[in-house]
Structures are given as C-alpha cells and as structure tokens.
Ligand binder design. Sequence first.
Ligand code: IPM
Ligand code: MN
Length: 352
Amino acid sequence: MIKNISVIKGDGIGPEVIKQTIKVLNSIAIKYGHDFHYKNALAGSKAIEKFGSPMPEETINNCLKSDAVLFGCIGDPKYDHNPIGMRPEDGLLKLRKKMNLYCNIRPIFVFPELYRSPIKKELLNEVDFVIYRELTGGIYFGKKGRCKNGEKAYDYCIYSKTEIEKIGEKAFKAALLRKKKVTLVDKANVLETSRLWREVIQKISLDYPDIDLDFLYIDNASMQIIMNPKRFDIILTDNMFGDILSDESSVLTGSLGLLPSASIGDYKSMFEPIHGSYPQAKGKNIANPLGCILSGSMMLEYFGMYKEKNLLDEAVKNSIEKKICTPDIINSKLSSTTEEVGNYIKNYIINQ
Ligand code: IPM
Ligand code: MN
C-alpha cells in the first residue's frame, strides 16, 4: 500500500522521537512491502520564526492532502507569553480544528514488567481503558476574551447535540470491540453542557443494548482512576475533562512518555504522543520514543494494517521485557538512549 504521511516534528524532543518512529515505520514498510512517503511540515516555534504563525496555511494544506499526519509535539517556553493565537500550542489547536479531528483516542495500559507508578501495584494489574476525548469543541474553542479593561476574562463552553453524537457513536462502537462498557464523565450536577451530554449519550445507548453505560462526575472520576482504575473500559468525555484525565491516567502507566494517541475525524486523522515538548531533554538522546512509536502503531491500525500493528506492538513489548528503556522508565544506570530504543525495535521487526 502507498501512504502519504505528513510529518510535523515540532519542538523540543519532537524531532528525536519522530526520527525513531519513522525508522520503525520504515522497517514495517520493508517487511510488508508498503510505500510510506513522508512530507515534513513546520508548526510550533519553528513556524513562528519562519512564517510568523504557529500553524501556517502551507502546513494545514499539506496535512489535509495526506493520508495521515504524524505529529511529534509542540511548545517552547520562549513563546509562552505570545498573544492569543500566536503560541505554539495555538497551532496545534488550529490544526485539530481545521482537520476536524473531533475524536481523540488515548489508550491507557500498563506493562506488567514495568512497575513505575506511585500507585499500589495490586491496583494496576489488568488496567486497560481508553479515553475518548472530544477534541474540537467545548471550552477550548468557545468565545474567549477580556472585558472591564482586562480585569474580567471569560471562556465559553458550548456543545451542540451533533458534536456529542459524533464522538458518542465512536465511543460505543469501540466499546463493542472491548469490554462493552462506556463511562460518561461530566459535571452534570452543575453544568448545562454536561446535562446535554447525558441526554444525547443516553439516547445513543438505546441503540447499543449490549453496552453497559454509566455516569461519573469529573471529581469522582478523578478519584476512581486512582482508587479503582480497573473499573473503566471506555471513558467518554469532553475536551477539557479529557485533557485532565489523560495526564492523570498516565500516572498509572508510570510515564507520560509511553502513551500514544490518535485524533480522528470523518476523513482525516493525526497521530501524536500525549507528552509535551519536554524542552529540558531536547538534544540529550534521553526522551522516551515509545509514545510516538505507539502512535505510529495506531496509525497502522487506522490504515487497516493489523498484522503490521501487531508486530510493532510486539516489538515494543519485547523492548520493555528486555529492559531496553529510556531513563524515565528504568533505573538511569541501566537505561538506553532514545536512539538505542528505536534501533532495538527496528531490528526486532526486521528479524521476525
Ligand atoms: C494535549 C495537550 C494540548 C491540549 C495542549 C498542548 C494545547 O495538553 O494534547 O493534551 O490541551 O489539548
Ligand atoms: Mn494535555
């Protein structure tokens, strides 16, 4: 199969983790006779410097024309105080919106060989859930601004029935292939948008009699993720709550650096690790490439390349079993570099 992939390396450790991911994807391509064409595009701080915008039109067009986007990470402390729309993060939000990537999928899993969490081990066996986070609406995209001479600020949270239905359908379909449970996380005891979410999701659930639907308020859900993470299968939630719960959930796995994500729209898709640009680690060859590599694996699945995805996942699992790991997930005296982890996984694939 031929696939055109837009690649946004981004800031900080982005270029390093992308480099390993492409290396690994190329080994899959060789093994299975695929042709992956990569086209680099600028976003984040480099795009601000070159084009005066964190998400130039050229990049958006490049991404819209591709079969999928592979995204490293963006964010640079140098631009944290830029005006609205000019921060590197604004570039990411703009791309999500322009590509209509309304469904963000964040799997949370624990490698049994790797116990790095501050949470008790017995609570973590068999943790395996997926966050379905709405990604192009809610408080992130509502009208925002200042009034009263800058002394008051507002961010509107708005959701339409259609927005909720679209991600809701995807979450229920995913649950059918898993443990058949959807938990809607909201704040329906306070927020009107949450009450609309409940109405819409309850209605969708009538079409899925095999799926067990339950509801949790965000405050309670935050507690349950730590106290009883095994209770979850699919967590369905809005943009803001999903952002917060995904970082919290990463604590179960032991490192934010391990976790991948897929952002899916009706026609377009993007794959990116959950972690940020980690500027302190830039250029040190210590960043964990697994979040990005596993995002590549989600991309293979999206392409319908299931055997390929399984082999890549197996290679990652093997690297962890053999303790070929970056210092965020292993004692730093025994750790491997970003490059060594990438090479190990590549070689595992080639030698299968
Ligand atoms: C994420 C990130 C982004 C978000 C930031 C960088 C805008 O935290 O993907 O979780 O809040 O969505
Ligand atoms: Mn986040």
